[in-house]
Design a protein around this ligand. Structure first.
Ligand SMILES: [Zn+2]
Ligand SMILES: [Zn+2]
Length: 430
């Protein structure tokens, strides 16, 4: 059964030395992590699960698949198999430095799902930064200059072992074809699984981030059959990560661009590439050379806390699951200033104030009051924010008004804006 796996393989504390001229670090990483079962097992390991029975109870996985993935993760040096009972034999799978260093990737996945995929079948736990005590969101920062890193600031060139051919994902598991297409009903990270949960999808999203946009280019860079490319592109459009542009009537000229949701996935891509570079070494050198254009340094990405701006350490991130449905759109903290900033970017908006209005069961939803030029419509504003804010942060109501209520010194009286929404609610508000 599940505990019969044999421990063998690499020294988990050291990088794996790859064969000269063979699959590079990117291909090895995609082959290993581009698997939804592996990601789910690693996620639950980060949350403290160690034993076969615990994984079995937490993940909707078959005995055969769990057994094969635990063996694989042990062989690849991500788990240390420790026998804690001999009769009958029972083992624990302890995370090694190699798997523990994936915490940044898993945190970035969690944050992206929380921001862009609000309709989860299972509720995501809240993460708290122990150093400052706040519920936080991770921000990608540059270790050299300390500044936040945006996608447009990242330069990426092939390194000595880098090429499309050598980055093609090497299958780490011998899978039957039906497993390749996915179909896991875990509910925890539905869109991440669609993007990253199989090796061709993860390779395709990587190519999109490198600027590949045409169907024929995807086909050529990945060396994958066109039906497979077409299938993945269809999935990526369905979840709103890629959108087609410039259709000239020839399918091989069809272009696909990352949407705002797709671009927001870049921390996951960046951090997985960085993990690959750390743990898989080709004799020729790295597969990718990434730079932070803003400061010119080679990019080492770190995660920072958006609340206290300090660098996050894995041990400081704690699962704080004591909130009532805190991640549902309705109960998310309203960051009124951020929403106001976005609305003010619209050329026809003169003034704006955002408040939190009550939303079931015990949360708030953003309501925006806008003073605008003649002809400005609610629909236009909704459309405007849809491309600039993740779903959970978009105002659910926009009211166009003639002027904002202000005090004698000009301060907006948000209290007056809130009053009609909160009438009859006995919850207090700030
Ligand atoms: Zn920098
Ligand atoms: Zn903090």
């Amino acid at each position: 059964m599940g505990d019969d796996v044999v421990a063998q393989g690499v020294d988990p504390a050291r990088a794996t030395l790859l064969e000269a001229g063979g699959t590079n670090a990117v291909g090895r990483m995609l082959g290993l992590l581009g698997d939804e079962w592996t990601l789910l097992i690693l996620q639950h390991s980060m949350w403290g699960l160690r034993r076969y029975g615990q994984f079995m109870a937490a993940i909707p996985i078959s005995n055969a698949v769990l057994t094969s993935r635990l063996a694989l993760l042990t062989r690849e040096g991500l788990f240390d198999r420790h026998v804690y009972q001999h009769n009958p034999p029972r083992a624990e799978y302890r995370p090694t430095a190699r798997s523990r260093s994936l915490w940044t990737v898993l945190l970035a996945i969690w944050d992206w799902e929380r921001q862009w995929v609000p309709e989860h079948a299972q509720r995501l736990p809240v993460m708290r930064h122990a150093a400052c005590g706040a519920d936080f969101a991770p921000v990608v920062g540059c270790a050299a200059c300390g500044e936040a890193v945006a996608l447009r600031d990242v330069g990426a060139e092939w390194g000595p072992s880098g090429s499309w051919e050598r980055s093609v994902p090497a299958a780490a598991t011998r899978r039957r074809s039906e497993v390749e297409g996915g179909g896991v009903q875990s509910g925890m990270f539905p869109d991440t699984m669609a993007i990253f949960g199989n090796r061709w999808s993860s390779a395709l999203i990587g190519a999109a981030f490198r600027g590949v946009s045409r169907f024929s280019e995807f086909e050529a860079s990945l060396g994958a059959p066109p039906t497979l490319i077409a299938d993945r592109l269809r999935v990526f459009q369905a979840i709103g990560v890629l959108q087609p542009v410039d259709n000239l009537g020839r399918s091989d000229w069809m272009q696909y661009r990352l949407t705002a949701k797709g671009r927001a996935f870049f921390p996951v891509v960046l951090l997985t590439l960085q993990w690959a570079d750390r743990w898989y070494h080709a004799p020729e050198g790295p597969a990718l050379a990434m730079t932070h254009r803003a400061c010119g340094a080679a990019l080492t990405a770190v995660l920072q806390c958006d609340q206290c701006e300090r660098q996050l350490a894995g041990a400081d991130v704690v699962v704080a699951d004591d909130h009532p449905d805190p991640l549902m759109a309705g109960s998310e903290h309203i960051d009124a200033a951020a929403i106001e900033d976005v609305l003010m970017e619209h050329p026809d908006v003169r003034e704006v104030a955002v408040i939190g209005a009550p939303a079931d069961p015990a949360g708030e939803t953003p309501v925006a009051f806008v003073v605008g030029a003649d002809g400005l419509t609610v629909e236009a504003l909704m459309e405007f924010v849809a491309t600039r804010l993740p779903p959970a942060r978009r105002p659910t109501v926009v009211e166009l008004i003639d002027s904002l209520p202000r005090t004698s010194v000009g301060k907006v009286l948000k209290r007056d804006l809130r009053a009609p929404y909160w009438a009859g609610h006995d919850r207090s508000t700030t």
